[in-house]
Ligand binder design. Structure first.
Ligand code: ACM
Length: 517
């Protein structure tokens, strides 16, 4: 009997031998009210059926900390069990997040049976491999409004991802209102890459995003990138920023993509990196950093604040180390865990709780593995975001059919990046000397130099975000028959109708055998 298609692959799934459970408008949804509302929403979107919530019979949803006891997943945070037979569907979560993930899985199990809908007889015991499972959205290169962000939260949560990293600031714009530094949004938020309109989140809107994420069991990880990627800071507070450094890289970017050289006091709407730096030897800079992260810490219930630290190409190594040591300490003193891109691992004085985010390739190049490993040697952990696999803004390959690949995307991270490449890597094999215990989790970033709309986000993220979700949630490659590209492409293909009912405009790549209905 073939197994139902679940993505990310569950820890354990066994097909039952009995008849499926048949859904009808008389089916009752009993138990936990939040989970019942979430499941009723999925079933309505997918099947058009409106189930009776709060009534007995049929589908039961409950939280029980001993869920799965006696199995490999028993009692673990975020774990769940689904048991389906002809008479009932029972979803049990070890906690509210586990129950929510069981509900997401049930949405994937719905099968159309002629005019009716059913759920195949099955038993699933499931728990995540990694605690941190994220997506990143760059709202600096192009600003994305609250409804686009909440839509992305829904999409990510359906793949059992639990962290939304917002890249809130960059050379091209500052996107978060702060009372202590009002000039940031007054002077540095109006523009975006390519001369497009900018924007920013008010503090209330940021809180709305945080609350929406929490209702889907996701945390928000705000990033304010520094000491580089800070041209926008210089528009608002010129005394804090060095003048732009014009490099060969800058000339290459202008040649390839057009745009102007960055100039002090003028908004930058090109795509070059590495030309800006905060003033590292000025105490006013650290007052600014303390204000910014202090306000963000107060609005962010999640444990992490990300201070960037990547591509600080116009800051000397010595200055960079000094800056990273001070800023990581400021964040840690706020009671938060600092996160930084892997370059910051080169700073000997970095706060020892800092989490490193690795964005090199699946096979590290040029000292990147050493920088990443330093976080683990210090007592921290790593988030893995291998750019040649799960940078979701890399172009897709042209399809063999001759149809065009989606328009947006860049290729600098060894792109184009196929879904197969996004899938085919094993987290514990990326950084030599860093095994599973050194890995906090996996995150798939989406940079937005070429990504302007919610539809662009959908087409770039889906289906490749599902590959990242499987690396983050599912057993290690080799530890489950399901953890192969051959299995993944079939399972993802089966999700096409569900994604369509959720309004996800995925890329119908010919790498995947999409099921029509
Ligand atoms: C990065 O891609 N600069 C983190």
């Amino acid at each position: 009997m073939s197994l139902p298609a679940v993505v990310p692959a569950p820890a354990s799934i066994e097909a039952g031998s009995g008849a499926p459970f048949r859904l009808s408008s008389a089916t009752g949804l009993a138990g936990d009210t939040d989970a019942a509302a979430a499941l009723a929403g999925i079933i309505a979107a997918c099947t058009g059926l409106t189930l009776q919530t709060g009534s007995g019979g049929g589908i039961e949803l409950r939280i029980d900390p001993s869920t799965g006891s006696g199995t490999g997943t028993g009692g673990r945070p975020e774990s769940y069990r689904i048991a389906v037979d002809e008479a009932s569907v029972v979803i049990t979560g070890a906690d509210a997040a586990g129950l929510f993930y069981g509900v997401q899985t049930l949405g994937q199990l719905l099968v159309r049976d002629g005019d009716a809908w059913s759920v195949p007889a099955v038993t699933i015991d499931d728990a995540p491999r990694f605690a941190y499972r994220g997506v990143m959205l760059d709202v600096a290169r192009h600003f994305h409004p609250v409804e686009t962000v909440t839509g992305y939260i829904d999409r990510a949560a359906s793949l059992k991802l639990n962290a939304l990293h917002l890249h809130l600031t960059d050379d091209q714009g500052w996107r978060i209102q702060l009372d202590s530094r009002p000039e940031l949004t007054a002077r540095a938020s109006a523009t975006a890459v390519g001369g497009d309109a900018g924007g920013f989140y008010t503090k209330d809107q940021y809180r709305e995003i945080v609350a929406y994420a929490a209702s889907r069991h996701m945390i928000v990880v705000p990033e304010v990138d520094m000491p580089g990627h800070t041209h926008a800071v210089g528009l608002a507070y010129p005394e804090l920023a060095e003048d732009p450094t014009i490099s060969d890289h800058m000339r290459d970017i202008i040649r390839d993509y057009g745009g102007e050289e960055p100039r002090p006091g003028v908004p930058y709407d090109g795509m070059a990196v590495g030309f800006s730096s905060l003033k590292v030897h000025d105490e006013a800079t650290y007052d600014f950093v303390a204000d910014v992260f202090g306000e963000l810490a107060a609005m962010t219930p999640g444990p992490y604040l990300h201070f960037g630290g990547d591509e600080s190409l116009s800051t000397s190594d010595e200055d960079f180390a000094l800056f990273v040591a001070r800023v990581s300490e400021i964040v840690a003193d706020l009671g938060k865990t600092p996160v930084a891109w892997h370059e910051a691992g080169a700073a000997p004085g970095i706060a020892d709780t800092t989490i490193g985010q690795y964005w090199g390739y699946r096979t590290p190049q040029e000292g990147m593995a050493e920088k990443a490993r330093a976080f683990v040697d210090n007592g921290g952990q790593l988030i893995l975001s291998p750019a040649d696999a799960i940078y979701l803004d890399m172009k897709y390959p042209e399809p063999s059919s001759g149809a065009a690949a989606p328009e947006p995307g860049l290729t600098w991270a060894n792109g184009p990046t196929s879904v197969e490449r996004a899938y085919s890597w094993e987290p514990s094999a990326v950084i030599p000397g860093v095994d599973e215990s050194g890995i906090l989790g996996i995150e798939a970033p989406l940079w937005t130099e070429t990504i302007r709309t919610a539809a662009d986000i959908d087409v770039m993220a889906f289906p490749r975000a599902a590959a990242a979700a499987e690396a983050a949630w599912s057993p290690a490659t080799g530890a489950s028959d399901l953890r192969t590209w051959a299995s993944f492409r079939e399972r993802v293909g089966a999700l096409g109708p569900l994604w369509t009912s959720m309004g996800i405009g995925f890329h119908p790549t010919d790498e995947i055998p999409w099921v029509a209905e």
